[in-house]
Design a protein around this ligand. Structure first.
Ligand SMILES: Cc1cc2nc3c(=O)[nH]c(=O)nc-3n(C[C@H](O)[C@H](O)[C@H](O)COP(=O)(O)OP(=O)(O)OC[C@H]3O[C@@H](n4cnc5c(N)ncnc54)[C@H](O)[C@@H]3O)c2cc1C
Length: 386
């Protein structure tokens, strides 16, 4: 029996688990174990709307049906470290062990986002409580300051606008003169988004910064204990009573650092070869996919699931059957969809093509792919989504 261990049941890990099960459908010499720290899949892409609207029964999706065969399993545990033979867990599994031997190992542990984009709680009940608290804080706030004008900050501004909370003022502050980053956001998109925000009464402060209370580091939602000063450029922020951090995602590589520090680049992403094996001579059976892979590209769920997954699945299959010719990953075209509430947003395509609100709403803003991921996890779609 060959064991394939995937660490991380996010968009990439789940897609790979399903692809491998399909590939080895009638092959009972292969066992797939998906190890995930959370008891449930958290649909990050829809997380910001869940901060203003009760979507608790929709945004957390059970892992129970990921596999159709009982030979394969989702293991609810955190991997603390690994070596050439096994992964070591923070808890004892149903089988009574705290380590799992592998023949192939896949790192799919993504990057960290602050809540509510990502609720990191291990158990669903705690996660729901955290979301409820965030919704309450947002509802009570009279002046919300969003720190960060990348896709998460912009999408959150759109959700706050849709929530239409009476008398609530929203300010977005961004340290650069252009929203997002010029590598993926053309100037015309920047102008369109600034217009969308300001025309909905959102104050946009560009090329400006604010001194934050120390408690804001690492969390998304902070109630300042003393009034904020003005921004560096002099905007009055003294009435801000809720700060929401949207300063991007970061890898949390502690378990890799504790295992094989050489695997990490200086920016803490994993060194990877075009075959999506890690770039380390001692680990030919170790693969990496999704956000944590040190690839020079926008970090996107569709890329993890549709770009990386087929390459990793094919290469594991080749090595399992003693083949030598491995596939190489080639980055596809960049497509980015940024919502602005349910009925607006922008879709950025290659060659400078930008689609506006109607099309963006049709593709993403309206539904945030909720039903798609219930289906992806082989779960019946909740009635509220039908
Ligand atoms: C608001 C928002 C909107 C977005 N919209 C889009 C969009 O429209 N389209 C798109 O393509 N992308 C979108 N993204 C980006 C997308 O969410 C990420 O690219 C995607 O989550 C990456 O998938 P992944 O599988 O690499 O990792 P993740 O989805 O981050 O999953 C990693 C998993 O690993 C688990 N884990 C971590 N460490 C351990 C460990 N040591 N042991 C066990 N388990 C562990 C975590 O609990 C997590 O479940 C959006 C992101 C945000 C925040």
């Amino acid at each position: 029996m060959k064991t394939i261990v995937i660490v991380g049941g996010g968009y990439g890990g789940v897609a790979l688990a399903k692809a491998l099960e399909k590939q080895h459908h009638s092959d009972d010499s292969v066992r797939i174990l998906l190890i995930e720290a959370k008891s449930h899949f958290y649909h990050t892409v829809g997380g910001l709307r869940a901060a203003v609207q009760d979507l608790d029964d929709v945004v957390f999706i059970p892992y129970a049906n990921v596999f159709t065969s009982s030979r394969h399993q989702v293991v609810h545990a955190t991997v603390n470290r690994f070596d050439k033979k096994a992964v070591y867990l923070d808890s004892v599994t149903q089988d009574g062990g705290d380590q799992i031997a592998y023949d192939f190992l896949v790192i799919a542990t993504g990057t960290n986002y602050a809540a509510p984009a990502r609720i990191e709680c291990a158990e669903m009940d705690q996660g729901k409580q955290q979301l409820q608290q965030i919704r309450q804080q947002i509802k009570q706030a009279r002046h919300v300051l969003i720190v960060g004008g990348g896709p998460v900050g912009i999408e959150l501004a759109g959700e706050l606008k849709d929530a239409n909370l009476k008398d609530q003022q929203v300010t977005l502050i961004h340290s650069q003169s252009q929203l997002g980053h010029p590598s993926y956001m053309p100037l015309k998109v920047h102008h369109k988004l600034v217009h969308l925000m300001t025309s909905h009464g959102i104050q946009v402060l560009l090329d400006d910064k604010v001194d934050l209370p120390p408690s804001s580091s690492g969390t998304m939602v902070v109630v300042p204990s003393t009034p904020l000063a003005t921004s560096h450029k002099g905007a009055d922020l003294s009435s801000v009573d809720l700060i929401v951090m949207a300063t991007g995602n970061r890898p949390s590589p502690q378990w890799i650092q504790a295992s094989v520090p050489d695997l990490l680049q200086s920016d803490n992403y994993v060194k990877v070869k075009p075959t999506l094996q890690v770039d380390h001579p001692d680990f030919p059976n170790l693969f990496v996919l999704g956000d944590i892979a040190g690839l020079d590209e926008a970090k996107l769920a569709y890329r993890a699931a549709n770009g990386h997954t087929p390459v990793v699945a094919a290469n594991i299959n080749t090595l399992l059957t003693n083949g030598t010719h491995l596939k190489e990953y080639k980055k596809g075209i960049d497509i980015m969809l940024i919502t602005f509430g349910k009925s607006n947003g922008v879709t950025i395509l290659p060659w400078g093509i930008v689609l506006g609100g109607w099309m963006s709403s049709l593709i993403k803003s309206k539904t945030l792919f909720y039903d798609r991921y219930w289906k992806e996890l082989n779960q019946p779609v909740p009635n509220s989504l039908k």
